[in-house]
Design a protein around this ligand. Structure first.
Ligand code: COA
Length: 315
């Protein structure tokens, strides 16, 4: 069954903005990255997706290719982002078969919930290796091609006539913004990913390349949510309520953020973190508080009472 376009792309982007451009994406068969790639291909581009599982990656590529007649999408399986040689070979093959790499997404990630007491050194290292070092390996493999692309499609702020190129996005997380139990490994790894992106922005900006982070919040129907969130209706309702916008995000909203950063609209955005989470991470302290339940207390209009500096008179 083809995925309806409105599920992976808002109706605000112009067809053809990525014509003749190539996207290299690790973790590209995953629930979030596959929609980023699908959106890119729908808007004219071709792509290579990289993954560990051969069948999943090849099937994912074939499925994405159905989004646009004539689209070329290559699935390169049996590639672990922890293996820099295999990743470089995949990037070289992508560039050879599709004629360069104009955009890259470092999307491969590993996560599970575990307290430090149950997190072996090897478990910590596995996530550091996949997320942090794997993202670095992805950047290293793609950057020479991105520099070439940025030379051809100069970042002047006006993408006419050849469109944009030379852009890198890392997929990160917000756990390290404020601290999260059971996520020591991911907090450490994603903090590193954020800084790798910043370093690329500083060192490759002069070549016209941009590097940014997309930080998805709780996105519905994703592997991440299956792994990290309780699915019983009561817990799911409480966790949706803790998001200021009162809902989980949609994969389409991550794809839209990707198109924004890759297209002319994102030309002057470099070294940034684009958090697409409905405001979720900012509510950490209120969500944890049981005194003034969020957002019911705010919506009730009641005054804060029972503390030393409680309001004494009505406005
Ligand atoms: N709790 C605690 N430790 C865990 C664990 C869990 N839920 N899952 C794995 N580990 C430990 C393993 O026991 C092992 O440590 P040990 O050698 O000391 O026993 C270590 O992590 C590595 O596990 P292994 O299964 O060999 O690694 P892997 O490279 O095959 O898998 C993972 C990597 C663990 C990150 C795995 O979850 C994975 O492949 N994830 C990819 C998909 C994913 O997580 N997507 C994230 C979407 S948010």
């Amino acid at each position: 069954m083809p995925i309806p376009r409105e599920r992976f792309l808002s109706n605000v982007w112009r067809d053809g903005i990525f014509d003749n451009k190539v996207l290299f994406c690790t973790g590209g068969a995953g629930t979030i990255c596959s929609m980023q790639v699908r959106a890119f291909v729908a808007l004219g581009g071709n792509a290579c997706i990289i993954g560990r599982n051969v069948e999943k990656t090849e099937q994912g590529a074939a499925d994405i290719a159905t989004v646009r007649p004539g689209a070329k999408v290559i699935g390169i399986g049996a590639v672990d982002v922890r293996d820099p040689k295999a990743l470089q070979a995949a990037a070289d093959r992508c560039a050879h078969e599709l004629d360069g790499i104009d955009f890259a997404i470092a999307g491969a990630a590993g996560n599970f919930l575990a307290p430090i007491a149950q997190l072996s050194p090897n478990a910590f290292k596995a996530v550091m290796d996949i997320d942090a070092i794997g993202s670095y390996n992805t950047a290293k493999a793609a950057l020479p091609y991105l520099v070439e692309s940025a030379k051809k499609h100069r970042n002047t702020g006006n993408a006419q006539p050849t469109g944009t190129g030379g852009r890198l996005i890392f997929i990160s997380a917000s756990f390290h913004f404020r601290g999260q139990p059971l996520q020591a490994h991911v907090m450490a790894a994603k903090a590193a990913v954020d800084q790798i992106s910043n370093a690329v922005a500083i060192e490759y900006g002069p070549y016209g390349v941009t590097s940014n982070i997309i930080t998805p919040g709780p996105i519905a129907n994703t592997e991440g949510m299956q792994r990290l969130a309780r699915s019983d209706p009561e817990s799911a309702a409480a966790s949706r309520k803790a998001v200021p916008l009162g809902r989980y995000g949609e994969v389409k909203e991550i794809a839209d953020a990707t198109v924004y950063l890759f297209s002319e609209s994102g030309s002057y955005v470099n070294g940034n973190v684009l958090v697409v989470d409905g405001g979720a991470w900012r509510t950490a302290s209120v969500a944890a508080s049981d005194s003034w339940t969020y957002p019911d207390f705010l919506l009730s209009g009641a005054a804060v009472e029972g503390v030393k500096d409680a309001r004494k008179s009505r406005l």
